[in-house]
Write a protein that binds this ligand. Structure first.
Ligand SMILES: NC(=O)c1ccc[n+]([C@@H]2O[C@H](COP(=O)([O-])OP(=O)(O)OC[C@H]3O[C@@H](n4cnc5c(N)ncnc54)[C@H](OP(=O)(O)O)[C@@H]3O)[C@@H](O)[C@H]2O)c1
Length: 387
């Protein structure tokens, strides 16, 4: 029996992870769960599995949760809560499905405790990949990717020797505006951008998928996870989201990973690794697919990918600057403060203009401080432009 902690259990990935675990009651026990504000859903999850350790953002909500539970549980608060749950002695796997930079806190403490991390949160790897990889070297834990493209690559790269790999290719659905004329981009509203054609996800990643920044962040995530040079990491648009990634070999062969676009498959792979288990997902029937199509990325309409490559090329702390400015801008877009087109417009300005004297290192708090500074700078820039 493996003890699993799920951080961000009330979100899209967290909910799918619980569905997967329900299918294997003799293999997994839920040891810890966390949410930011969704008390009712967290309570329901906790009561269903009698989860002994919980965390939620605010002290008063934590007290309300503690007093309303029908069984004894330890309820932690805020960032400290995420850190405590990530390093519980009994935890075998820590699944990090918190959205945003806050995922860095549990990733840091879980890896510092030598744990296995099933990582959905790409933001922490983009922002602080070197910090986390040092912890793996020092403390012997590991990261199993949950992002579907990276789970696919993790599996594909086991098929042949690294020396035979020419490049890795991530696929992008292209989001809801794939076929839109750029002239119509000013009409894009948050409601339109929140309707993703193939995946059901939380708001940040859904908007990032519409701008294709999600794919840009995934390029940096792949660089951190698999140590390929940037020139060997490519993105192609594949609207059906059936092929999740490909590996091109030096002899001209290509290996592809295909599955239904359902995150339970990647979650189950990470939880069961190195075993595989049958999950309750409709098997892929190739004869039912009308076609699989592929296109080049249109960098003029989707400049976010170019910006992500540029940040990756410049190196630390530019991926962190990219991620933080994007987090602030997506929030501003969802509140109706800026337009869809302004997201990459501001990111480019911030990458070129944000000044810093020291780069964050060693301590996750330094990264979070730097992240806050970039977000503040971004909000000031928006204010100045609107004034
Ligand atoms: N969804 C997907 O298909 C998918 C695929 C690949 C990778 N990912 C990655 O997985 C992560 C989660 O994505 P998602 O779509 O599941 O997001 P989501 O639906 O928005 O869920 C986010 C979860 O994190 C919690 N949370 C948010 N901010 C927090 C904070 N500041 N402190 C503590 N907890 C916080 C939320 O709690 P509340 O519910 O209380 O707000 C919720 O449980 C992201 O990094 C995303 O890029 C997602």
């Amino acid at each position: 029996m493996k003890n699993v902690v799920i951080l961000g259990s009330t979100g899209s990935i967290g909910t799918s992870a619980i569905e997967v675990i329900k299918e294997f009651p003799h293999r997994f026990r839920i040891l810890g769960l966390s949410a930011k504000t969704n008390l009712e859903k967290l309570k329901l999850q906790a009561e269903t599995f009698k989860v002994p350790y919980l965390a939620i953002e605010k002290e008063e909500v934590a007290k309300a949760l503690q007093s309303s539970l029908s069984y004894p549980a330890e309820v932690y608060v805020g960032d400290r809560g995420l850190a405590e749950l990530a390093q519980l002695d009994e935890a075998d796997i820590v699944l990090i499905s918190v959205s945003g930079i806050k995922g860095l806190i549990p990733a840091y403490y879980a890896l510092k405790s030598g744990k296995r991390v099933a990582l959905a949160n790409k933001e922490c790897l983009v922002a602080a990949g070197d910090l986390l990889k040092n912890l793996i070297r020092e403390h012997g834990g590991d990261i199993l990717p949950v992002d579907s493209e990276h789970s696919a690559l993790f599996q594909l790269l086991k098929c042949d020797e690294r020396k035979f790999v020419k490049r890795i290719i991530l696929t992008a659905s292209g989001g809801p505006f794939l076929n839109w004329d750029i002239k119509n981009y000013d009409r894009i509203t948050p409601e339109m951008a929140l309707k993703h054609p193939t995946w059901q996800m939380g708001p940040r990643i859904t908007i990032d998928s519409a701008t294709l920044m999600n794919k840009g962040l995934e390029v940096i995530e792949a660089q951190q996870l698999f140590d390929f040079p940037l020139e060997a990491i490519e993105v192609i648009v594949h609207p059906q989201s059936i092929i999740h990634s490909l590996v091109e070999l030096k002899d001209g062969s290509m290996l592809a990973h295909l599955s239904q676009p359902d995150m339970r498959l990647a979650i189950s792979y990470a939880l069961n690794y190195p075993e595989r288990s049958t999950v309750n997902v409709k098997p892929l029937d190739l004869t039912e697919l009308a076609s699989l199509t592929f296109h080049k990325v249109d960098h003029e309409r989707f400049p976010s990918i170019t910006l992500a490559y540029e940040a990756a090329r410049k190196g630390h702390p530019y991926p962190l600057i990219l991620e933080a400015s994007d987090e602030a801008l997506v929030e501003a877009f969802l509140k109706g403060i800026i337009s869809f087109r302004e997201i990459p417009y501001f990111i480019e300005k911030i990458i070129n203009e944000f000044k810093f004297t020291t780069k964050p290192e060693k301590d996750p708090e330094n990264y979070l401080d730097f992240h806050r500074q970039v977000k503040d700078y971004t909000l000031n820039l928006i204010e100045r432009k609107r004034a």
